[in-house]
Design a protein around this ligand. Structure first.
Ligand SMILES: Cc1cc2nc3c(=O)[nH]c(=O)nc-3n(C[C@H](O)[C@H](O)[C@H](O)COP(=O)(O)O)c2cc1C
Length: 372
């Protein structure tokens, strides 16, 4: 695809997600999860420690700004501002797909802007499967890492989006093996993320076996990329793709079932994203088995109002998380990971049908837990 066309597409992603209704109609499942309230938390809220380790970096809260953009001048400005926000709050960040910067050196600055704004944050690179499918994938992946001094590289999975869009690239053959090759040969950890349709335990296990170090579930319940493509197809009058986008708008594994599937079937680092909208969602995700939470669209919306608005938005998320830790009597992130909880509704149905015994979440930390 010509470079200018990639830039145009990136700009239209920003505009479409900011101005159209691109939310999935299916819930994430966070409302089906209730952490057990501790009326006597036995901790001092002011002494709660939210810090955690992320691939060699100590971060002040278990939080990243999700991979979003690059490839256009506006994206450079967004990446620069997001990196400043991440540095102020002591959290991590991802840049969007770096294809544009690899194919056109003149656009590399739109990604590099993030590293130039902060030399210290954990910063994750990003490449899609069409790049991984190429013969020169390793070379491209190294370029992506070097471009931003990346802490790790996210390979994003977007089969749903590619399958409903008019310029979609849908050859996903031998992808596990190809991702494994990158995982073996790159100098930084290779991680895999979805883009709003979730990851199953089967896919997670296959990726763990080939050396992937972490999974960002990016489940269903937040931004729907089928929806984004629906609006783009509507603008271009591509009738077939409009219908495909509408039909597959709510396709995928909701975020909460995906977190449970991946964290219970692998030893990988699990990032929770896809419809994460507050710190209580992150607390629930960590208690379910994730280590880090991430937000995309809400950060883009706030950063479009300026750096201060984004700092305030993410600071609220951190305060909400801290509050949930207080009310569950969790002194640190590790203790939050063991907080008891109940799973109800559609999420309970999903997980029991997929073979999970959920009592381990409900009674852990109690005297009954010793009996199971
Ligand atoms: C404007 C925009 C651009 C995105 N571009 C990318 C991308 O290039 N690579 C990627 O892995 N994910 C990309 N995503 C997906 C997000 O990282 C995230 O997985 C998804 O939007 C779900 O999170 P949310 O519900 O908080 O938005 C993008 C999201 C948005 C809103």
């Amino acid at each position: 695809m010509p470079e200018s066309q990639i830039g145009k597409r990136k700009l239209s992603h920003i505009q479409t997600t900011l101005h159209e209704h691109v939310q999935s109609h299916v819930p994430t499942g966070f409302d089906d999860v209730r952490l057990i309230h501790r009326a006597l938390p036995e901790v001092d809220r002011d002494e709660i420690d939210l810090s955690t380790e992320l691939f060699g970096h100590k971060i002040r809260a278990p939080l990243i700004i999700e991979s979003m953009t690059g490839g256009t001048p506006l994206a450079a400005k967004i990446n620069r501002t997001l990196a400043k926000v991440a540095e102020k709050l002591g959290i991590g960040m991802g840049v969007g797909s770096q294809r544009a910067g690899i194919e056109d050196e003149n656009l590399a600055y739109t990604f590099r802007a993030a590293r130039e704004a902060s030399s210290t944050i954990p910063l994750f690179g990003n490449l899609g499967c069409p790049q991984v499918a190429r013969d020169d994938a390793l070379d491209r992946a190294k370029k992506a890492v070097d471009m931003i001094g990346a802490t790790g590289l996210f390979i994003h999975l977007n089969a749903l989006q590619e399958s409903v869009q008019f310029e979609g690239e849908t050859n996903f053959s031998n992808m596990v093996e190809r991702i494994g090759r990158l995982a073996r040969e790159l100098p930084v950890p290779v991680l895999v993320k979805e883009t709003g349709a979730g990851i199953s335990m089967e896919t997670a296990r296959a990726l763990e076996q080939v050396g992937v170090k972490g999974i960002n579930v990016s489940g269903l319940g937040g931004t729907s990329w089928a929806a984004v493509e629906y609006y783009r197809a509507r603008a271009e009058k591509y009738k077939l793709q409009m219908e495909l986008g509408k039909t597959f708008w709510d396709w995928g594994i909701p975020t909460v079932p995906s977190i449970v599937e991946v964290s219970n079937s692998t030893n990988l680092r699990v990032f929770a994203s896809g419809g994460v909208r507050n710190g209580l969602h992150i607390a629930k995700a960590i208690a379910l088995g994730a280590q880090i939470g991430g937000l995309a669209l809400p950060v883009l919306k706030s950063v479009s109002l300026g750096e201060m608005a984004a700092v305030e938005r993410m600071n609220l998320v951190i305060e909400e998380l801290k509050n949930a830790m207080f009310l569950t009597g969790s002194r640190n992130v590790e203790e939050l990971g063991k907080a008891p909880l109940i799973i109800t509704g559609a999420t309970y149905e999903w997980l029991t049908q997929r073979g999970f015994d959920l009592t381990k979440y409900a009674i852990r930390g109690t005297e009954f837990a010793e009996d199971i």
